[in-house]
Design a binder for this molecule. Structure first.
Ligand code: CA
Ligand code: CA
Length: 161
């Protein structure tokens, strides 16, 4: 049975390129990226505004996990469902994940001052997907001009059905 999980992106300051999240599916539990929201706390006036290069990627095998951030803390929105999470997740890694293959990329140019970056993939065929050995990674590909404190969340569906 498939389950929905939220992965929080707790407020975290970053000054370099990094990965907002990397998610590696477990055996027989493919993942679909349902949606995400990325906001920030520090770019609040015109002089602080800038344009960021955010990308959603699907990395094929062989996937190499990044480092420098923290373990993800996914939670299931169904309070009556105590099933443990299967996938591995890390957030805010400063050494970015990589793949020996060719990543599939979606580009999300984002002006950080005005609004959060929010995306939903309402139709299943549109959702980025990954199976064991692959990964879904949301990345910042150009360093910010100055420190930005990012926060948000990512929503995934794990499993089939
Ligand atoms: Ca700035
Ligand atoms: Ca890692």
């Amino acid at each position: 049975m498939a389950r929905i999980w939220y992965i929080p992106l707790p407020p975290t300051a970053r000054t370099t390129v990094f990965d907002f999240v990397e998610i590696g599916p477990a055996d027989d539990k493919p993942l679909e990226l349902m949606g995400f929201l990325i906001g920030q706390h520090t770019e609040v006036k015109e002089a602080e505004e800038e344009q960021l290069d955010v990308r959603v990627t699907v990395m094929p095998a062989t996937f190499t996990s990044g480092s420098g951030g923290s373990a993800g803390a996914p939670w299931n929105p169904d309070s009556q469902d105590s099933t443990s999470v299967g996938f591995a997740s890390e957030v805010f890694n400063t050494t970015q994940a990589s793949t020996s293959g060719t990543a599939k990329e979606l580009y999300y140019p984002w002006n950080v001052r005005a609004n959060p970056l929010e995306e939903w993939y309402p139709d299943a065929p549109m959702r980025p997907k990954a199976a064991q050995g692959e990964a879904i990674v949301i990345r910042l590909m150009v360093a910010p001009l100055d420190s930005i404190t990012f926060a948000g969340w990512v929503c995934v569906k794990e499993g089939i059905g």
